[in-house]
Write a protein that binds this ligand. Structure first.
Ligand code: OOG
Ligand code: NI
Length: 477
């Protein structure tokens, strides 16, 4: 009997979700089409170099989605669904702090973690959980009404969860079970036709549009899906040319001549979608809500902790200069700041220990039986090994906040006299009942595995020999 493995389930789920979303939000289909065109053009123009951060096959199929849930219990359940697909929680994002408007959520991203699994299908889902206990957003009365409302709904059916647990346990499903699982899973993330309680929705909306989207309805839905593109500036131009309204800016690093790092993202504006609304007198009318949109992203090289600290510092510098109001655009300011403070080449990024790379033997070495030089830097310089960039697989809190914000109607409200409830990765791990993995550790492991292989092949007596070289970005996370 034929079976469906976890990665096949993941790939099929991503494809079906994409088909469903394209039916519900036709502008998303345009985004996917334009992304494909841009990718084909870039591949033609740049050849093999275009595939340096992922094969064209991977990049074309690559998507991330975003969903939002209300409680730890819902988070645990969605984690079971994603575990079935070989996706694990990675990274902790606190958007309450990162956003200027009221975004009362903390988030993680479910994704594959092994290199082979990422290569098979890198589907990931940015998953946010509401924080009703944060008194800056919810007073005691609203908190308790919200928690009661959330406790009374069921987002994931017992049948879906049972199938998910079986897939996780057995690492596969029979063809029939896989079909049923996929149908139930995709249906869970469709926009519900059930009438929205207008008064309740508006009560939450006064606090935060995100709170209303999560806690104002009895179901969840995919909030956006994001294809990956090789030239996001070109994509932004082409979408605008087609008359699709984009948010004001591309989030993340600026367009510049140096290496692509981390993640650049932009989106088209959330569309007004018809929704059935129940008014206080019980009549149902057709209203409209703007919550769902399409986003697109370009991925670059993963940065080490030091590299990430540099990135955060530069964001601050750009903020400062932009606040001086010289009339220069933020993009121009950012480009100038980056040209002064960021390494202009991959080699330099590696040499300064700011980016993650894996290392590989150059075939045919040693040619004359000579001993390899000591240290990673020398091995690279003398052509024994070469560095390959590790692609950034995660998200950026400031960008995520920017994406949330550009698509919110209204700023919401925040009581700044109250102290916010503190949450971190450990707390979230406890809430989900699974360890939220540290992205830096995952990247460092990839690099260290490659160094260990080299140490073996060159009989260096351990990768430690390669790591001491500060300048080469050796074994340090
Ligand atoms: C998630 C926003 C964050 C990203 O790509 O940074 C995000 C949401 O709107 O629910 O998806
Ligand atoms: Ni996104």
């Amino acid at each position: 009997m034929s079976t469906t493995s976890q990665w096949q389930l993941r790939a099929a789920f991503a494809t079906r979700l994409s088909e469903m979303y394209g039916r519900e939000v036709p502008a998303y289909t345009t985004l996917v089409d334009v992304s494909r065109e841009v990718n084909e053009d870039v591949l033609r123009a740049r050849g093999a170099d275009a595939e340096r951060l992922g094969s064209i096959g991977r990049v074309t199929a690559e998507r991330h989605g975003a969903i939002r849930v209300g409680t730890p219990r819902e988070m645990q359940q969605v984690a079971r669904v994603f575990a079935a697909l070989g996706m694990h929680p990675v990274g902790f994002y606190d958007l309450r702090e990162a956003a200027a408007s009221a975004v009362p959520v903390v988030s993680t991203a479910f994704r594959p973690v092994d290199r082979d699994e990422l290569a098979r299908n890198p589907f990931r889902v940015f998953t946010s959980m509401l924080t009703p206990a944060d008194p800056r957003f919810f007073d005691a009365d609203l908190r308790s009404r919200l928690e009661t409302f959330l406790a009374g709904r069921e987002l994931f059916s017992p049948e879906l969860l049972a199938l998910a647990d079986r897939a996780t346990r057995e690492r596969e499903l029979s063809a029939d079970d896989a079909e049923r699982f996929l149908q139930l899973a995709v249906r869970t993330f469709e926009l519900s036709a059930e009438p929205v309680d207008a008064a309740w929705y508006e009560t939450l909306e006064r606090v935060s549009a995100v709170a209303a989207d999560i806690g104002g309805v009895r179901s969840t839905h995919i909030n956006h899906l994001t294809p990956r593109v090789l030239d996001i500036d070109e994509l932004y131009r082409r979408m605008t040319e087609r008359g699709i309204e984009m948010i004001d800016a591309i989030q993340g690093p600026p367009a510049w001549h140096g290496p692509d790092v981390l993640l650049r993202q932009t989106s088209f504006r959330a569309l007004a979608e018809k929704r059935a609304m129940r008014t206080p007198d019980g009549t149902v009318r057709t209203g409209a809500l703007r919550v769902r949109f399409g986003e697109v992203e370009a991925r670059g090289i993963a940065l080490t902790r030091e590299g990430r600290a540099r990135y955060d510092e530069l964001l601050g510098l750009v903020d400062q200069q932009a606040a001086q109001g010289t009339g220069e655009s933020r993009a121009d300011i950012a480009r100038a700041v980056w040209e002064r403070h960021m390494p202009g080449s991959e080699e330099q990024l590696a040499a300064e220990g700011l980016g993650y790379f894996t290392y590989h033997l150059v075939p045919g070495r040693p040619r004359d039986g000579s001993r390899p030089p000591a240290g990673l830097g020398e091995l690279v310089r003398q052509g024994w090994i070469h560095a390959r960039p590790i692609v950034y697989e995660d998200f950026l809190p400031r960008s995520a906040a920017g994406i949330f914000q550009s698509n919110l109607t209204g700023e919401g409200t925040r009581n700044t006299t109250q102290e916010g409830t503190a949450y971190d990765a450990d707390w979230l791990s406890g809430a989900i009942g699974r360890e939220v993995l540290d992205p830096f550790t995952l990247y460092a492991r990839q690099r260290d595995d490659s160094l260990a292989e080299i140490a073996d092949a060159l009989e260096l007596g351990g990768a430690g020999e390669l790591g001491g070289d500060r300048e080469s970005g050796g074994i340090r996370s």
